[in-house]
Design a protein around this ligand. Sequence first.
Ligand SMILES: [Zn+2]
Length: 113
Amino acid sequence: MVTPPPPAQGRRGAHRPRPSALHHQQFRRQRPVKISCPHCADRAITRTSKRPAPVFYEVYAQCINPDCGWAGKLHIEFATTTAPSRKPNAAVRIPIEPASRRVLLEQLTAQHS
Ligand SMILES: [Zn+2]
């Protein structure tokens, strides 16, 4: 009986995570935001949302506790930029955080010198 030769090292062996994939891994380790009811502190589920502007969401929330029953609307606003987009939208202006601005300026001056 002839055993077939071992498969050549293909894409699987050559795979290396791209820098962006590493970034996603770091991001995934952080917990997503949980919305809790402002009255009874039980969990609130978010239902539907409107987006009247690229930097603004309106989200409807409802408390899961039937003894409470609160429901309401949240405003979510993109307040500051901590890392600039590599695919910026010219219509979107989100101010850079002062601490991040210092780091970005240092990076810029380092590149030009
Ligand atoms: Zn509640």
